[in-house]
Design a protein around this ligand. Sequence first.
Ligand SMILES: Cc1ncc(COP(=O)(O)O)c(C=O)c1O
Length: 393
Amino acid sequence: MAGPSNPKSLADRTRLVLGGRKPADQFGFVNTPIYRGSTVLYPTYDELKARRQPYVYGTRGTPTTRALEEAWADISGAAGAVLVPSGLAAIVVALQACLKAGDHMLVTDSVYRPTREYSNTILKRFGVETTYYDPVIGAGIADLMRPNTKVVFTEAPGSQSFEMQDIPAIAEVAHARDAIVVMDNTWATPLYFPPHERGVDIAIEAGTKYLGGHSDLLMGMVTANERCWKMLRDTYDLMAIVPGPEDCFLALRGLRTMKLRLDEAGRQGRAMADWLAARPEVKTVLHPAMPHHPGHDIWKRDFKGASGLFSVILHPVSEQQLAAFLDGLELFGMGYSWGGYESLVVPFDCSPYRSVTTWNPGGTALRFQIGLEDVADLQADLAAGFERMKASV
Ligand SMILES: Cc1ncc(COP(=O)(O)O)c(C=O)c1O
């Protein structure tokens, strides 16, 4: 196999199959093996002094980690990528790379809750001030920018409440003030939202979700454009928050089928969202690909697809009715995380932690992660749940 003469012209599916693989370097075996190791030996004193060789120490990369870094940077359209042991660690490393004492950061009010907690506690302790903004603010973010605003932290859609954000408009304002746009792009992945093409400087993804895809892996990736790559890599090398080699191997395995799984989760998710929207128990469905969603036009303009995660607002039900619905489900598990092959549901309430917007959906909120089971089976499971809900009044 000679390898592609023009790799940039290849479609995402092909790039995911080829990315980071070098069979000729490993006796023809298709997959990059698991390299375990801290120490790397240098052949001569000269080489040791110059640190010229491709691998110098375990925390600075192995063939396994580099394969994943290269493939992820390629699919993200990034100048480079670093790997960390969880999505939350990716957020921490990205922000540590950008911020110093005395800086100000703008964060979307719809942000993944641990990002908020990290900002309000650890970053605050280190002298960084955070202001939250309405996720639908768009170019209006200009009014919140201060001379010391260094980072605008975006996430679209919100992973519970599903507000969309006008990332290009926010990026234009931020860049005019020399601020860095960071985005949690876990919901869409670079396959459905190419972050750096849309103005994002640093993107984080929880590989725990669709990259791993099998609920057996924790992983985070941070990518940067040319402007921020050196700063990110230098910070990462000093922090040495590195994932284990087995996890990188599993992530590389997940990478090969990621587009197929994501496309299928998106199709199944949409079928379930449409079915739920037609149920009498459902007040509304929060899914950006549905035309009634307030952020639908932005989704259509900027995104190439929708993953299998969305929320539903039920007409108000009692705690007892909610328990009757959830506890008897046979196929839907109740648990956090998402992006795996199995379907999940969790109730949620954003109201206790919103600071500049109000979460008052007028009913009981449930988040659904739709996996790869048969849709008719999933619908039957939920239909039986709605019957139990009715019967438990
Ligand atoms: C939107 C979003 N970002 C980041 C994370 C963090 O990922 P991890 O669980 O790997 O720390 C999650 C996890 O649920 C998430 O939903």
